[in-house]
Write a protein of this length. Sequence first.
Length: 546
Amino acid sequence: MTNQKENRNSIIKQGSILAVASITVRIIGLIYRIPMANIIGEKAMGIYSAAFEIYNIILILSSYSMPLAVSKLISEKLIQRRFKNANIYLLNCFIFSIIVGLTASLFLFFNASWIESSLLNKYAGVSKSLKILAPTIFIVSVMGVFRGFFQGKSTMVPTAVSQVIEQIINAVVSIAAASYLISINSSSPEVAAWGAAGGTLGTCIGALSGLLFLIFIFVLYSPNIRRQMRKYDAEPTDSIKIIYQSIFITVIPIILSQTVYQVNGVIDISLFNNIMGRKGFSETDISILQGNYSTLYKLLISVPIAISSSFGGSMIPSIVSSHTNKKYHETRKKISSAILFNMNIAFPSAIGLMVLGKPVLSILFPRYNVILGGNLLLTGASAILFYAYSTITSSTLQGINKMKIPVINSAIGLVIHIGVVYLCLNHFNLGIYSLIIGNITLPLIVMILNSFALNKYLSYRENKTKIFLKPFLCSVIMGVICYAVYHGIYFVIRINSISVLLAITASVFAYFYLILKFGGISGEELTEFPAGRTLYRAADKLHLIN
């Protein structure tokens, strides 16, 4: 029992490290996007987001799977105490990532103009951004192996620190480069394209900074690798054929699963461009709507979703360990702990964004259409819940070697997603809200299918009252309190920023009180959360622990 608790604590602790880093990264992303968006404008942000849709799908096809794949491969070998094999796998993962990453980078660079003219013809000048993003793919590919190596050894600190360094450099360079390129091309008809290109330069330089940090840490760690190699020199090693079979068997399902999530963005852009173009919308109008959608909606919901992704990645080594040792009950306990934590982030985040969407956007992006943004968040913030659950469960299925299941489930979700977006755009004339509905549909379908799969392969059934119902009810009550506090204070002082800050503070305390009072989280479970012991002592003083 003690070992199970320690394992669950380890998942929460390591997941929390990545979650804190992800929150920090997203906050930095929000902060730097504010001046950048105000500098380059809505049209340039539309070009910027379109470039990233293409960049992200090529990144996923080539590099995005490396941290998870390397983490899984390395952790499997370490559990088996095959240390020499682990290091040989690591070397070949580097070779694989260099070849694939370089190929993808060259493809994007030399085909940027073709992509602009053929796939994104409503985004003139997007090729500039794509060419700047091209070398980033190679950098991220190599960096992914380093991150996967450390995650496979169940330490998330190097990954977390590198992410923060990467984002800080990204923020500084993006703002500076966007401002500079806008100023020197102010009279050019392609000024928006140059502004977007400046924003993407930060992504490249930031990734390079993160890679250099990881190389530095790896060099410090390398004497330990050499000692292991000498100690286990006589250990039989897998053949090159087996090694690359293992890499492909691990990498390809993760790539396909993640590609489905990302390709829906490109498909959405294509459908939106073509159908809205046929309905008489101009290129500028389409770019502005896309810029509002990506900046006012997707950017904000990405913060809590990033926490889910962090926990998904941190779970892999632990799930592999439990499943390899046939400790299925322990595996189910780990899944429950991770999902419980995620739902207690996702529900209040979603309700909070629904209630405070417009006031928050008024502070962050005053030049944008914050009424539209608030309505988008009110309509689509529920996607946070479905992404949170589907991400965790997909990682779990990958950890128990059911690699194909998340791919199949994601593909089914994508097909339904495409049909829903097309109907909403073409027949129901819902405009940008069609993308919101599609963004909800995909993770919802994956969530349902993943839940069936976990029940089938692990006999896992969550406590729906504790994991879903109680967080939902507490979040709804919190939302009412949040609404009342914000509007009450704003009515008196008429200062939006102070009203928002006090409403958020009241919401945090209200949810903490409610979830403990209603038994949504026990005292023991609370201690497993980030800063759990401090929270436990505070709750105990308030007599909230049952």
